[in-house]
Write a protein that binds this ligand. Structure first.
Ligand code: GLA
Length: 727
């Protein structure tokens, strides 16, 4: 049992394999007592004592020492004395913004209920998860809040969200509704987050928590390249393999906020949820509002095991569909091979070549529809450009089929070009504010998915192409952020709902598509990684990690992404050298070694490769086919940090520990400094492993204790080892 309730001390003890999360009801308030290493089952009431530190903060009547501003609260409110950042803020019909939530009741159910209309972690069997639902009530405003806590005991995961119900007979406004809030009784934490930009996503920022607020957020109408919707808190000395680590990840693709604030008593409050700078919701009488889900995890053993917890849950209980547990097809994408300049002949030549070099699927990227010879037109007109493809998609499909190669296609369905038939027919379908100029991003507007008729149009036009059965893979792109946000069909007091309604529209559209076409592999993309988030992973098990396909740059991007997202979610391709974004000249094997740690493919023109490079593609595609499944489902160990060192190294150990794939890349030469050895992790110490390329035998103890020499002296060189257990 993961949820243990003790009526005597009004205590909720939530246990997973490695952690305990404790709450208690005192004075009718729901308090947070503890989150950390697993505890035995007993009365832990001593963990909270009234310290009476008023320090200018008002207290409630007959509660001498019970000062809300100094109490660890589970879902803190605004207006009755807690001066810290609240989890919830409501504007009442009288205009006051106060809410005061008290414990009312609770319920425990097996399994995990769905979050209606929202992406969320799921339980496959009802006994793998248990859910505690705590009901809180404000008796004056008649607002009820249900807090959901689902525990995946074996995976060390706690999922949280809140449901806000208006039981009054008037409408109220939700100004703020966090998915989770956690109060810590100390502030000695480091905070780790991602920052970046287009083509330089998910760098790692680590800084000690200071007094004041650390806030990471997006107001872009997308989770964004700039920040990512997660936060990690660690003890100051924590590293990859030791120390307390806490994770908060939001399952959402739109604007978000994640914040840790250290207060006057040197305690800390962490919140994560919708970005209340732009979010608001009118909750009519009798209606309810569900927040997105936050996925929390804790590990006492450092960052690597916290990452493994997230990789485990996201790979197996967030991603769905046919490809969830399997390696993905080895694909070749036409973008960096041709950009917009292709026609049937060129694609056929590429297809023929693909067959000889082990490619399983050819993706026709941007440029196959409308009259799209550049990026300034035709988005929205999802009709084949017969100038380029006179025989339609069928022409390419019929060529590839006998070669045994599947076909994939690119869409950017959420967008419309001003120069398109769709825009000419429906200028009001894009997000805009009447009587204001409309800003363009990459020469395009965004369609307003908060309007059901727009979602229907997108569904019909995408489905019209997919219905033919010729398409096995879809790349779903999204290449700008939101401005002039409004929906003229909603009243003025509901305009702050538009971005969230956009995502509800998108999610329901995606649900419709992925359930209608369950055999298609969907890949999400947003100028690379501008929407690399757990929300999108629910519909599409992989994401184009970055528009920067340079292997050396990808080392950092993929390292940062791996903090919470599994390798199988990171689409990674071998691209041409010199690289199109950076000009780096990188050996083929280095490009391969880096791409091997993701869902694998190529982003180059195979017809222009030398015979030697063609042979390399064939060889490396073969390696991915053989090991892809073990990579997809294995445990990832970050051995060297390319953000801080002149190299990068990692290993992936298969579930049964039989196989270990290890890589090393030298990113910068420092004379006489680079001759080193890499100590692996995760192997069975007393097993013997044979290295595939050298045939040499090593014990697990040797590989983990002494390590494997990496005697490289030239920049951008790499080493790849594959160790397999000796029978
Ligand atoms: C985005 C994607 C690229 C490519 C182009 C096509 O930038 O990230 O991979 O598909 O669009 O326009």
């Amino acid at each position: 049992m993961s949820v243990i309730y003790s009526g005597e001390c009004a205590q909720f003890q939530l246990n997973t394999k490695s952690f305990t999360y404790l709450m208690q009801v005192r004075n009718d308030y729901l308090l947070h007592l503890y989150w950390g290493e697993k505890l035995d089952e007993r009365d832990h009431s001593y963990m909270f004592w009234e310290q009476g530190r008023a320090a200018f903060s008002p207290r409630q009547e007959n509660c001498e020492g019970f000062i809300l501003d100094d109490i660890p609260l589970e879902y803190p409110c605004w207006g009755r004395g807690d001066m810290r950042t609240p989890a919830i803020e409501i504007i009442n019909p009288d205009g006051s913004n106060i809410i005061d939530l008290h414990y009312e009741s609770h319920d425990v159910i097996s399994g995990k209920p769905e979050l209606k209309g929202l992406p969320a972690v799921y339980a496959e069997k009802s006994d793998e998860a248990e859910t505690l639902i705590i009901t809180l009530k404000d008796s004056v405003s008649k607002i009820t809040v249900k807090l959901y806590y689902t525990l995946f005991e074996a995976l060390d995961i706690l999922c949280r969200h809140a449901e806000i119900i208006n039981d009054s007979d008037k409408s109220v406004f939700i100004n703020r509704a966090m998915s989770a809030s956690v109060d810590f009784d100390r502030k000695d934490f480091d905070i780790i987050s991602n920052y970046g930009t287009h083509c330089r996503e998910r760098n790692i920022e680590r800084s000690p928590l200071k007094y004041g607020r650390f806030n990471m957020s997006s107001r872009r109408g997308a989770s964004s390249h700039v920040h990512n919707p997660f936060l990690i808190m660690t003890s100051p000395s924590a590293n990859e393999t030791s120390g307390d680590t806490y994770g908060f990840v939001l399952v959402y693709s739109g604007s978000f906020t994640a914040e840790v604030a250290a207060n006057q008593f040197s305690s800390a409050r962490t919140i994560i949820g919708l970005n209340s700078e732009e979010f608001g919701w009118k909750l009519h009488s009798g209606e309810s509002f569900t927040t997105p889900e936050a996925v929390l995890s804790y590990s006492p053993c450092g960052l690597e095991s916290l990452s493994a917890n997230y990789h485990g849950i996201f790979r197996t209980r967030l991603c769905r569909g046919k490809y969830r547990d399997t390696r993905r097809p080895v694909l070749l994408n036409s973008w960096e091979a041709c950009y917009f300049s292709f026609d049937e002949e060129r694609l056929k030549k590429i297809g023929t070549c693909c067959k000889d070099i082990g490619i399983e699927l050819l993706v026709i990227d941007d440029g196959w529809f409308g009259v799209r010879d550049t990026d300034n037109c035709s988005l929205g007109d999802w009709v084949v450009d017969r100038r380029k493809l006179p025989n339609g998609i069928e022409g390419i499909y019929n060529h590839l089929k006998p070669l045994g190669i599947d076909l994939g296609i690119w869409f950017e369905p959420e967008m419309v070009s001003p120069n398109s038939d769709l825009y000419r027919a429906h200028p009001d379908w894009c997000i805009h504010i009447p009587n204001r100029p409309r800003s363009q991003g990459r020469h395009q507007f965004m369609l307003n998915l908060s309007k059901p008729e727009v979602c229907d149009y997108i569904y019909e036009s995408v489905a019209a192409i997919l219905k033919s059965g010729m398409i096995k893979y879809v790349k779903w792109d999204y290449n700008r952020n939101m401005t002039e946000i409004a929906n003229e069909k909603l009243p003025a007091d509901q305009q702050r709902e538009v971005t969230h309604r956009y995502y509800l529209g998108l999610y329901s559209l995606l649900e419709r598509l992925v359930t209608t076409f369950p055999d298609i592999l969907f890949e999400s993309c947003s100028g690379g990684g501008g929407r690399f988030d757990a929300g999108m992973l629910y519909y599409m098990p992989q994401v184009w990690t970055s528009d920067n396909s340079d292997a050396i740059e990808r080392l950092k991007i993929q390292y940062g992404t791996s903090l919470v997202y599994p390798l199988s979610s990171m689409s990674a391709h071998v691209s041409a050298s010199p690289n199109h974004q950076t000009g780096h000249v990188t050996p083929f094997d280095t490009r391969f070694t880096v791409a091997l740690t993701g869902s694998f493919g190529y982003e180059l023109d195979p017809t222009s490769l030398s015979d030697e490079d063609k042979a390399s593609v064939l060889r490396t595609a073969g390696i991915y086919k053989e090991y892809g499944e073990r990579i997809c489902n294995g445990t990832y160990h970050r051995l060297r940090n390319p953000h801080e060192e002149n190299c990068s190294a990692w290993c992936i150990v298969s579930e049964n520990k039989d196989t270990c794939i290890a890589g090393y890349v030298l990113t910068k030469v420092r004379m006489y400094e680079n001759n080193e050895r890499i100590r692996l992790r995760g192997l069975k110490k007393d097993w013997i492993y044979i290295e595939r390329f050298s045939g040499r035998e090593y014990s697990g103890a040797e590989l983990c204790g002494y390590g494997i020499p990496a005697p490289l002296t030239l920049e951008y060189q790499s080493l790849l080892w594959i160790f397999e257990r000796k029978e």
